[in-house]
Design a protein around this ligand. Sequence first.
Ligand code: KG4
Length: 360
Amino acid sequence: MVFSDAVYGIGIESSCDETSISLIKNGSKIITNEIISQMDFHALYGGVIPESASRLHLEKASPLLERALNALKTSGGQLDYIAVTTRPGLVGPLLVGYYTALAAGYVYQVPVIPVHHLEAHFYAPLLEQKEIRYPFVGLLLSGGNSTIFHVHNLGSWKVLGDTLDDACGEALDKGATMMGLNYPGGPELEKQSNLFYQNQNEKKGTPQNRGKAPRNPFPKILADQKGENYNFSYSGLKTSLYYYLEKNRENNDALPVEALCAFYQERAFEIVERNIDHVLSQNIYQQLVAAGGVLANKTLKKKLATVCEKNSVEFITPSPALCTDNGAMVGALGYQYFKKGSWPDISTGVSSSKSWDVLL
Ligand code: KG4
């Protein structure tokens, strides 16, 4: 067995419906990043049931930890730290990760570093050899968050904009359900929208030249939002879809589902583009780091890349596997604290709250 000076850390993630325990080396190389999703279970109920999620995490946490520790043995390294998501999230699921980390930390006599889940998303690019430079704009779009951050430094950031109601992914999922599509609806909406654009292209040549193409029946989101407001709202969009479907139940001229998906998605992403454009136009950022499940959407990525180009800002987003919840990003952020030699107090426990200042 070869022992080295490399730093090995375990990252534990259990804030919602993914159990993930990863082993990473030097904060940037993934040795293992196993993710067990509970999606199929929760899909039966149309959303995450917190109590069931906790029980499913309990079943998976120990075998995943064992696999990560086996990988450590194989690599011949020694464990240096354990990082665990302690907020925000569902309290029951968070507690499973928290106590798994505390137990392993006690057995291996290594520090247990509490990690803020949302912040961890912005460190995932380090696992793909990308550099992040402070201050940067962090954008998180997922099933639970639509939030824009000013990230000043490690553990130091503020929220610039947040959703006033649903998260972007949540609104995509709920809209898709209303249209009779499967859960999770985000990928379904993307597929249907692409069919619509392809059809429009075939009919009219280019999407810009739609000619008699149908018009978007949904209103613009927060159309009059001005100044330093970078918030999101999706309840109006959902309501307008609901009434469109109600009114057009028997109408043979109603828009086909592909068109509805494309228009719904268009509005959902337009507000993201507008907010990001406004934030970047302040000219104080060099990078936009975007993560969360919704960033799997290629149309959205293209739009964000265009906005970044316009503002001469680098656009960074992890590959789809690292965009969603995973233990590796937790380990990557934990490494930054480990390297610095100080981190928040683990005895503060877990919390559903997004705020972070109480831990600093
Ligand atoms: O970050 P994430 O995996 O986990 C949670 O928030 O729990 O995000 C999940 C969200 C779901 O709302 C899902 O519909 C959305 O990401 N999503 C997408 C796509 N793939 C996943 N939304 C739009 N287009 C996609 N291709």
